[in-house]
Write a new protein. Structure first.
Length: 196
């Protein structure tokens, strides 16, 4: 599993470095930590965030992915590659200042619902970026249907408030996958109903 996660991450480094070079935007790959239990990041505290499979810390440009021993099975390849691609999407947002924009806008939001909407726009864009990346790696990735199957079930209300419903997450992942273009991932200008 460590070799697989490192290979996925290395592919993502190449994919996103190429996109940033094409756009003439400075970029360096993120640091990555694959852990079996939560660990302390010097700037962001305990990582990944409680209840999350992965979390990105912009202050140290590091993403953390929690891989408990019980998940070290062949079926985990789809799930773990999606988590890594999503957290890498936050690194893309860091370098394009979208992460800073969301944080600044959330700080001045007058209502919790406005801050939650900003969070959903950010998270769903990272999901779309994950779809773009999985599309670019599709010859080496599990079949697309396996990614779709990750989005069955239910989510806790708090996760829906700041990440969106599973069906909405799948919609944005698929939009990135089908288009293969980061430009398709504009969650910021679409109506609220498209990011709920």
């Amino acid at each position: 599993m460590n070799k697989y996660m490192a290979a996925v991450s290395t592919c993502l480094d190449r994919i996103w470095a190429g996109s940033f070079k094409e756009a003439r935007i400075y970029f360096t790959p993120p640091k990555r930590k694959f852990v079996q239990r939560r660990v302390r990041d010097p700037a962001c505290g305990m990582m990944p965030a409680k209840g999350a499979d992965g979390t990105y810390c912009g202050a140290t440009t590091t993403y953390y992915v929690l891989v408990p021993k019980y998940s070290l099975r062949p079926w985990a390849a789809t799930w773990i590659s999606e988590v890594i691609a999503h957290e890498y999407g936050h690194h893309v947002q860091y370098w394009t200042n979208m992460l800073a924009y969301e944080e600044a806008a959330a700080d001045v939001a007058d209502k919790r619902s406005a801050a939650d909407l900003l969070s959903r726009r950010l998270e769903l864009q990272a999901e779309c970026f994950a779809g773009v990346a999985v599309s670019a790696m599709r010859r080496q990735m599990p079949p697309w249907q396996e990614y779709r199957d990750l989005y069955w079930g239910t989510l806790d209300g708090a996760w829906i408030r700041d990440h969106g419903r599973l069906s909405t997450q799948l919609k944005w992942l698929e939009k990135g996958y089908r288009s293969g273009r980061p430009g398709a991932c504009d969650t910021w200008s679409v109506p609220k109903r498209e990011v709920t």
